[in-house]
Ligand binder design. Structure first.
Ligand code: SAM
Length: 243
């Protein structure tokens, strides 16, 4: 498979294009030569095969071929809202959640969250995580890039949700919760998962009032970055794929 690159701009079959700096650097690192094939996508559900026409010192020009619709999305739409784990664990989580097919990630600050972000720092982190998601799409072959939401507190996020007509709502819980394997795979899901210190009882009650069903992943306590990935793996492998 030719190397894949995410380009955040409209693309048109047949056009000549100068690659943005990030993609151009990657092409340089791969030492591709004029005539080499690459694949471009911009997140709208399609791919373009492109041919390198010119390699400058830092700029790379390509000629786009035809637009091909490519659907590698899960048959169910999953929004993952989670108490952000600290350090590079959030990067790893976004990378792997993207590979597993998540549609949207909502970073949350909960009562026991270690990582607290606001203002410019929060915006920079969001942009960084969006880049991690794009890179994971390049690697995994997805043509739609999951959206990373703005950092919100749990109460802010719960208040922003519209009435529960739109699919299932689950909160991953170590309290009295229904085992995941007894639940049918929903067509659309918003799933809340706690931070390193877990969700407080008051937070789980607030989620329950907003229509979230408590769901168990078993008797072992999983890390804040493991629990959502276990859920996604289960759903991704249980859901019928779009083929
Ligand atoms: N000591 C914390 C507690 O008791 O809540 C542990 C929190 S755990 C590291 C982080 C989050 O992962 C939890 O808030 C929960 O959402 C989820 N989680 C971890 N293990 C789980 C399990 N076995 N079933 C359901 N959710 C789980």
């Amino acid at each position: 498979m030719p190397p894949r690159f995410f380009i955040d701009q409209p693309l048109q079959a047949g056009e000549q294009l100068s690659l943005p700096a990030g993609a151009a650097r990657h092409v340089q690192v791969l030492r591709l030569q004029p005539g080499a094939s690459i694949t471009l996508f911009n997140g709208d559900g399609a791919e373009w095969l492109a041919s390198v026409t010119q390699m400058g010192r830092s700029d790379v020009s390509v000629q786009l071929g035809a637009r091909t619709e490519v659907d590698r999305e899960l048959a169910l739409s999953i929004t993952l809202a989670l108490g952000m784990p600290a350090n590079e664990r959030m990067d790893g989580l976004i990378e792997k959640a993207t590979e597993l097919g998540v549609a949207r990630v909502q970073p949350l600050m909960c009562e026991r969250s270690v990582l607290r972000l606001s203002g410019e720092r929060a915006q920079k982190k969001r942009a960084h995580w969006q880049g991690v998601a794009s890179a994971a799409c390049e690697q995994s072959g997805r043509t739609r890039v999951p959206q990373i939401g703005p950092v919100l507190s749990l109460p802010e996020w719960l208040a922003s949700l519209v009435a529960a007509a739109d699919g299932a709502r689950w909160v991953l819980s170590l309290r009295d919760a229904q085992p995941l394997q007894t639940l049918a795979v929903p067509a659309s899901l918003i799933c809340l998962s706690g931070p390193e210190g877990g969700l407080t009882e008051a937070e789980e009650n607030a989620a329950s009032e907003a229509g979230f069903k408590a769901v168990s992943l078993g008797s072992r306590v999983l890390r804040a970055d493991t629990a959502p990935l276990a859920l996604l793996s289960h759903l991704a492998l249980s859901a019928p794929e779009n083929r």
